[in-house]
Structure formats: structure tokens, C-alpha cells
Design a protein around this ligand. Structure first.
Ligand SMILES: [Zn+2]
Length: 378
């Protein structure tokens, strides 16, 4: 049996201090047994507060066993409730944009105006990701039994945030089906090696502490600011199997290492990529026309700044959900769907600002990963 421990940069940076919890939503009553653990035999693993628990040979409940302890109503979709949340997302986000246009844009652009523009971007982006999450639920089919309505809401919300709805729906379903699979995984798949040359060079130049800090900080910056576009455009952090991919192009950019695992294999998937592109082209066209009306800089400040914050949120919580020093990523010998799902880490943040952020984000820190097809908002 081979086991790939994850030597992540995340252990070296401040994110590691975020509250960490591997509670198993809804399945805490299930018994999980484990055999004698091997982590002492794995050198260099830096334990998290989980203390190597996920590295044990845990006996994990079957999908049926786990599902059996989840209240049945969690799987009943409530279209009216979902729509009410979508409306809330829309009104809250539109209000932020309106307030920015009405009260911050007149301030103009100077070094001092950053004191207004930066908080505006943070607040608006933090609110607007509610639309992102709702569209994500649509992509999972968790929003409604009315599929046309569901795809309409998802398509509009994601397109507004420049996410190609059907393309990402496809790659995201592959992600869930192969969570923590070190070869077939899609997004947040670690590079399998036990040491990084770059960290070693930094450690040599700056010493261990400062070198690690520089490496960790630069990775946080790169992931949060460029991680999402890099994934959409080149499949960055995607699995080895699919090669270099682009969510806007129906064909892989390089021959997939496993042709059977092509990201958009089959005519139907390729058509869906193009259907997603139509929306994105329309949105970009709309933004271009808007820039002609209000100016490029105001557009970048009003829309571009919040979009960076939206993308940063997205990368931050998914990165944390799939990354921890002693959470293993496994190969085909050891992989199963339910195991991958249980290796997803809950990242609750319901205490930030009295729970308002978590509420707006539809509890995505803890509801994602295990029961992605359960009805939204239950
Ligand atoms: Zn999902």
C-alpha cells in the first residue's frame, strides 16, 4: 500500500493557525475504528491539531451507512426557500454595487481614496460570493427539482462572476468524485514529492524561519489572487490524468495523460463548454460597454476589486478544505469516493462578525465536501 502524505506549504504559513475542525457533519454517531497508525513511520510529516488521525488506517462507514444517519428532509429540495436565498444574494450584492457607485465613485481616485476602495472591495466581494455559492448549489442539482430554473439561476449568477457555468459544473463534479485522489483528483491536488527545492533555497538564503515565512506568504498571495484564473485557464492544481486544460476551450490543451479521463470528453460536454462561453462573452461585452460609459478605472474599482475578493474567498476555503499536513491524498489502490469525502476538512467560520458572513456564504465552510447532492440550505 502506498500512501502519499501531503507536504503542503500551508503548514508554513499563517493560515495554519485558522481554527481547524474535522467534525463529520451529520455522521458523528457513526463508529469509526482505526488500526495501529503508521504516521510515526512517515518522516517529515508536520502534524496538525488532528494529530495524524487521518493518517491511520481508519475504517470508514459506507456511503449507505453514512446517508442513513442524515435526516431525510436534508435530501428534499425546497425551490421556494432556495429562490428566497438567491433573491437575498442578488439584493445584497446589488446594494453593495449601488452604494459603491453612488457614494464611493464620486470620491475619485487618489492614494487616500484607497481607504474607501479597499474596504468597498472586501465588503462587496464578501457579499457577492453568496451568488457564487448559490450557483455552485445549482451546479450540484441541490437548488431545485426544476432543472431549467436551477440552471438558469446558476448560469446567470456564475456568468455574472465570470465563471463558465457548465464547464465548471463538469470539472467540479469530477473534483467531488475524486476528492483526495492523487492522480485523478481535480483541484488542490498536491505535487507528490517530499521536499521542495524552492523552499530549500529560501531557507538557505534567509534561514529556516524567515525562508518559510516568505515561501508561505508568497504562496498565499499567488493562490488567492491568481489561483482561480490560473485554474480556469490552465487547470492549475488539477490532477495528473487530465493534462493541461482550459475551461473555455472544449479540447484539452495537452494530450491527457489518461485519455479516458479527458475533462470535457464527448460531444455533449464540449457543447456545454461553448454554451458557457456564450455567457462569458456576453458578460465581457457588457463590461466593455460599461467601461465606455463610466470609464475603465471606475469599472475596475467597482467590479474588478470585489471580483478579486470573491475569487480569494473561493480559493481560501476550498484550499483549506482539501489541504492539511496530515490529511493524506491517496492513489487508486486506496481510493474510494466515501474515503475522499471523509478526508475533506470542515472549516467553520460561523463566529466571524456574529455569523453574518457564514450566513451569507450559506455555510459553505462546513456543508461542502460530503453531501454535495443534498438539498441546499437544509
Ligand atoms: Zn461542490
Amino acid at each position: 500500500m502506498r500512501r502519499f502524505a501531503l507536504y503542503s506549504i500551508i503548514a508554513l504559513n499563517p493560515v495554519d493557525s485558522l481554527r481547524y475542525n474535522m467534525k463529520l457533519v451529520g455522521v458523528r454517531n457513526l463508529k469509526m475504528t482505526s488500526t495501529i497508525l503508521p504516521p510515526q513511520n512517515i518522516p517529515e510529516v508536520q502534524y496538525s491539531t488532528l494529530n495524524g488521525k487521518a493518517l491511520r488506517n481508519n475504517v470508514i462507514p459506507t456511503l449507505a451507512e453514512a446517508k442513513a444517519v442524515i435526516p431525510k428532509e436534508c435530501f428534499v429540495k425546497n425551490t421556494a426557500l432556495s429562490l428566497s436565498y438567491a433573491l437575498l444574494d442578488l439584493v445584497a450584492t446589488a446594494s453593495c454595487f449601488f452604494l459603491g457607485y453612488k457614494y464611493i465613485l464620486p470620491i475619485g481616485f487618489s492614494a487616500a481614496s484607497l481607504l474607501a476602495w479597499i474596504p468597498y472591495s472586501i465588503v462587496t466581494g464578501t457579499v457577492a460570493i453568496s451568488m457564487w455559492v448559490t450557483a455552485h448549489e445549482c451546479g450540484h442539482g441541490a437548488f431545485s427539482t426544476n432543472k431549467k430554473l436551477q440552471d438558469f439561476v446558476g448560469y446567470v449568477f456564475h456568468t455574472f462572476l465570470l465563471v463558465p457555468y457548465f464547464s465548471w459544473q463538469r470539472s467540479h463534479n469530477i473534483h467531488h468524485a475524486n476528492t483526495n485522489h492523487v492522480v485523478d483528483g481535480e483541484t488542490h491536488v498536491p505535487i507528490v514529492n517530499s521536499s521542495s527545492l524552492k523552499t530549500k533555497v529560501l531557507q538557505k538564503i534567509f534561514g529556516s524561519k524567515i525562508g518559510n515565512f516568505i515561501w508561505g506568504s508568497s504562496q498565499i498571495f499567488l493562490h488567492l489572487i491568481f489561483g482561480w484564473p490560473a485554474y480556469l485557464l490552465t487547470g492549475k492544481t488539477g490532477g495528473y490524468s487530465r493534462g493541461v486544460t482550459n475551461h473555455f476551450i472544449p479540447f484539452p490543451l495537452t494530450k491527457p495523460n489518461n485519455p479516458a479521463k479527458e475533462l470535457f470528453g464527448g460531444v455533449n460536454q464540449k457543447i456545454k463548454v461553448l454554451a458557457s462561453d456564450v455567457g462569458i462573452a456576453g458578460m465581457l461585452g457588457g463590461l466593455y460597454l460599461l467601461s465606455k460609459t463610466i470609464g475603465l478605472l471606475p469599472l475596475l474599482a467597482l467590479y474588478g476589486g470585489p471580483l478579486i475578493v470573491v475569487n480569494s474567498w473561493l480559493v481560501l476555503y476550498t484550499w483549506l478544505q482539501h489541504t492539511q499536513t496530515d490529511i493524506p491524498h491517496v492513489d487508486a489502490d486506496e481510493f474510494s469516493f466515501i474515503k475522499g469525502a471523509f478526508l475533506t476538512v470542515d472549516r467553520p467560520y460561523e463566529k466571524i462578525l456574529g455569523g453574518i458572513v457564514n450566513f451569507l456564504h450559506h455555510d459553505i465552510g462546513t456543508t461542502h465536501g460530503k453531501w454535495e447532492h443534498a438539498a441546499a440550505y437544509r
